[in-house]
Design a protein around this ligand. Sequence first.
Ligand code: FES
Length: 135
Amino acid sequence: MSGPPPPKSREHAVCRVEDLKARGAVAADVGPVRVAVFWLDGEPRALNETCPHRGGPLHLGEVRNGVVRCPWHLWQFDLATGCSPANPNSRVAVYPARVEGGSVLVRAPAPAESNGPPRRAPGMPALPVGEQEPT
Ligand code: FES
């Protein structure tokens, strides 16, 4: 049985690289997920924005030695792997990110690969995505 081809992941521009360098981290809705994008060691790193503990906003966390600490209860996640240094069973998804033409691009999973619509921490407003894909 064949059906339509599965949806493909797509790159989305989330901000200008100079903005990311100045702010250190941003959050944006990218396809079906909300991502936290950090500037680390001269390149962007993208993780799922929502802390798996209780939904804290990871882009507001402090980064030390390549590890972000959730601002709510201090769980930690490696920006390269998404894994917790303290608990290998605790992790967040990581997404490919790169710079092109002065923009930070993040490759979002196809809708079938995500866990539903973007999730936000309670009380967090939607942040604009720098550039929308045509529909
Ligand atoms: S919500 Fe992130 S550590 Fe609790």
